[in-house]
Ligand binder design. Structure first.
Ligand code: 5AD
Ligand code: SF4
Length: 478
């Protein structure tokens, strides 16, 4: 008898908050024989929202669907399986997705045989599940962040039973190795090194949606990287919610992020990046390794969130403005041309004008060359959503606009320093805005446009920068 998925495993934020001392299990992906070929003659499209973690997950979903025989297409109206890999970090991320789903009601009516799937972070929230169950009945399959590897069984059951499938786990989480990956780029690859987060910053939903912090084994990450080098990849970006917390117990102690970074630098991959870092856990050993190996890129994304110590405390960030600057200054003493970027939230509950001034002061002192800036968005189930002194949205907006002016100046300044310099660019393709120009990123993660031919795509080339703009550089290949 087929399992009635609609009665199983709805999410619970309370369960998701639990952290029990239990060894993380390493599971291997396997494909049951009955699923082989279920996608032959059928097509799929994945729409991805949110962070790099979701981009990496979508590459796994695509890998699984390809393995089942499905073919990827880019026309939503023709897809037999349409997957939304969702984000719930802020309310506006969710609202966009609800808008998209609403739009699909008509399409589902026209083509009832199509499967609409929703996965990622949104289904890990109880409120979302209630809404989906009652108002978005066009969604056929709902699964979460912990069970991507079970997608073949969900699709199979959906085709067999034509019933809605809902399976979301609120558990600490395991590690699933061996999931096929269909990489979006031929030269740049995401490499997951850890999953989950145990930080519980008071504003953030991620520890609830992604489960316990758990690190992949070094051998699995190193072997994946060695294979990428063999396959001609030039750049890897190591991924985790807090990569600096990466840790695996070994015979004589702990194998840390610094150890991993050094071992990966020795694989010969030409460019290594990593994201995201936590200022509390970024240690001297990691910074020393960064400075030692030229194939670790001189760019660091180090989210600070606020420059006010009292707000940082309320956010549960566990560092002060001074400690943040101390680490940045140490890294800049080792790598003077470092490009530093960050994330900042304005309008966190209780943020006063003076707190905000502290943030602007920090922006000046840290000399950021880019930032993602956000207005605080209350997330149900997180501690900060219950804080009483929420900031007036008009004030938050004003603060965001002023902050962005500072950040944009930093962006322009960061680009300006390369005028007249020759930089190495990994060529990604033609610019979407101007198809006459090739486009790519430098070691410092600066976007460069230049005239060149198609054959250069996927190569490292030297470009002499002629002019710096706020958001990009323009140059000539040499
Ligand atoms: N409201 C606004 N921004 C948030 N972020 C995380 N949670 C929230 C929230 N509730 C921001 C942080 C984090 C980035 C990925 O998103 O700045 O670093
Ligand atoms: Fe969220 Fe904080 Fe974890 Fe980052 S470190 S994912 S902001 S809880």
């Amino acid at each position: 008898m087929n399992k009635d998925y609609s009665k199983y495993f709805e999410p619970s934020l309370k369960d998701a908050r639990k952290r029990i001392e239990k060894e993380t299990e390493n599971i291997s992906f396997t494909l049951e024989e009955k699923y082989i070929g279920i996608g032959i003659g059928l097509t799929y499209l994945i729409k991805t929202y949110g962070c790099q973690g979701n981009l990496a997950d979508s590459e796994k979903i695509a890998g699984i669907l390809d393995l089942l025989g499905f073919q990827e297409i880019d026309d939503e109206s023709k897809a037999d399986v349409l997957i939304f890999n969702t984000c719930c970090i802020r309310a506006n991320a969710e609202n966009r997705i609800y808008g998209e789903l609403g739009r699909l009601k008509g399409l589902k009516k026209e083509r009832p045989e199509m499967l609409i799937c929703l996965c990622g972070c949104m289904p890990q929230e109880e409120v979302t599940i209630e809404l989906l169950k009652n108002k978005y009945k066009q969604v056929d399959i709902i699964f979460g962040t912990h069970n991507i590897h079970m997608l073949p069984s969900y699709i199979y059951e959906a085709y067999q039973t034509r019933k809605r499938i809902l399976e979301v786990y609120s558990m600490e989480g395991n590690i699933v190795e061996g999931v096929p990956i269909k990489r979006a780029h031929e030269k740049k690859a995401w490499v997951d090194i850890m999953y989950g987060c145990d930080e519980f910053c008071t504003y953030c939903i991620v520890p609830y949606t992604r489960g316990k912090e758990r690190s992949r084994l070094p051998k699995d990450i190193i072997n994946e990287t060695i294979q990428l080098v063999k396959d001609g990849y030039i750049e890897i970006t190591l991924l985790g919610q807090n990569v600096n917390a990466y840790q695996v117990k070994v015979e004589n102690g702990n194998y840390t992020f610094a150890n991993l970074l050094e071992d990966l630098a020795k694989t010969g991959i030409q460019r290594i990046r990593y994201t995201t870092s936590h200022p509390k856990d970024l240690d001297k050993a990691t910074m020393d390794v960064m400075a030692k190996y030229p194939n670790i890129m001189p760019h660091l994304h180090l989210p600070v969130q606020s420059g006010s110590n009292q707000i940082l405390k309320k956010m549960n960030r566990k560092y002060t403005k001074e400690q943040y600057l101390e680490k940045v200054n140490y890294l800049k003493s080792l790598i003077p041309d470092l490009a530093l970027t960050t994330d900042i939230i304005v309008g966190f509950p209780g943020e006063t004008d003076d707190d905000f001034k502290e943030t602007l002061d920090l922006v000046e002192k840290a000399q950021f060359e880019g930032a993602y800036t956000f207005i605080y968005s209350p997330r149900e189930g997180t501690p900060a959503a219950k804080f009483t002194n929420q900031v007036d949205p008009i004030i938050s907006k004003e603060r965001l606009l002023l902050l962005n002016k500072y950040i944009n100046d930093g962006f322009a300044r960061g680009n300006k320093r390369f005028e007249g310099e020759t930089v190495e660019v990994l060529v990604e393709g033609f610019s979407a805005k101007n198809p006459q120009l090739l486009t790519g990123y430098t070691k410092h993660n600066k976007l460069v446009n230049f005239v060149g031919s198609k054959e250069l795509i996927g190569n490292l080339v030297n470009v002499k920068i002629e002019k710096a703009y706020t958001w990009h550089l323009k140059g000539k290949i040499i």
